[in-house]
Design a binder for this molecule. Sequence first.
Ligand code: SAM
Ligand code: SF4
Ligand code: SF4
Length: 326
Amino acid sequence: MFTTKANYLYVEPTSHCVLKCPRCPRTYSPESYSPNHLDLNVYKDFIQSKYFGNLDYVEFGGNLGDPIYHPEIISFISVTQEALPSTKVVIHTNGTQGKRKWEDMVNQLRGIDIVLFSVDGLEQSNHHYRVNSNWELILEGMRISAKKCHTVWKYIVFSHNQHLIEEAIKLAKQLDIKTFLLTKSSVFNGDWLVDGIDPLAPTANWQFNPSVDNFEKPTISARCQNQSMHYLDSNGRYSPCCWINTDNNFCISASGPDFIEKTLNGEVLRNLKESWSSGSPHSICGRKCRDSSNNQKRSSHSQLEINLNQEINVIRDMVEDFSRSS
Ligand SMILES: C[S@@+](CC[C@H](N)C(=O)[O-])C[C@H]1O[C@@H](n2cnc3c(N)ncnc32)[C@H](O)[C@@H]1O
Ligand code: SF4
Ligand code: SF4
């Protein structure tokens, strides 16, 4: 479903969020950004570019915030649907709505659209990572969304929830959710130890360890090539992807009538592309898009996408196989 081969635009409508997930950069590195909302007019101009006519997905999420906290998120959705009627809109959210009602947002979504809830556990455990989350609001959102749109429960495995996976899957089925995205994270890399132990780390079989091949001259299989991937951050800056957006040199202000054309054919991206074949690519490209037989492992996570229409026994076997895979 979320294949990297698809044409997609990833948008960060806001860097605001009411949660404090400890391993999100907005929590552990608050000095590195100032919270702000993307201007709706900047987005409107951007989405109407001829380059985006064939997008499969417009995803609202981002590196730093949660789209549901943009006061005009419903207008962002409607502007996208008007400009690109056959493109699917995807919302990545922690599910804890603020002042708005879930109903109001879901009313603007269509059957082809997707709401992906980042919920890592059940009532007694989700808040151990999703600090400040509200279980009642999450459940309400999931229920309402599942009636109208393709609804996904994304579950990152931590120490506090690894024993609750099956229970969460059963609840997801009861709520009529269609997909469960079980995720092994790579954040348990030794940077967060307390007395030699990472308190959030699940057992080793639930951690993702990207392999570190040491090629002398790595070549790059760029996921952003052929203009199939784009990122717009809450400051109105364009980058080819959300990873490279963490380097200011590759964040280009999205303004002016010929902006996209100038950017995609401009010097900054030309230099980046040249670096891919030079043998010394940008370090982020080297980590995320290095060409190797193991290219799948370049991500920061590994995921199992479970279709919840299947019997629980079948799902149980899939989960067990996934827990054994490295
Ligand atoms: C920064 S969040 C922004 C979107 C939204 N606020 C959310 O949490 O889903 C972007 C993605 O990072 C994921 N994420 C957050 N903490 C993570 C972790 N420790 N390991 C892997 N992915 C993580 C979220 O689940 C989400 O899919
Ligand atoms: S909900 Fe998303 S944006 Fe908010 S703190 Fe957690 S990971 Fe970061
Ligand atoms: S990490 Fe580099 S090569 Fe990969 S998608 Fe981003 S910009 Fe392109």
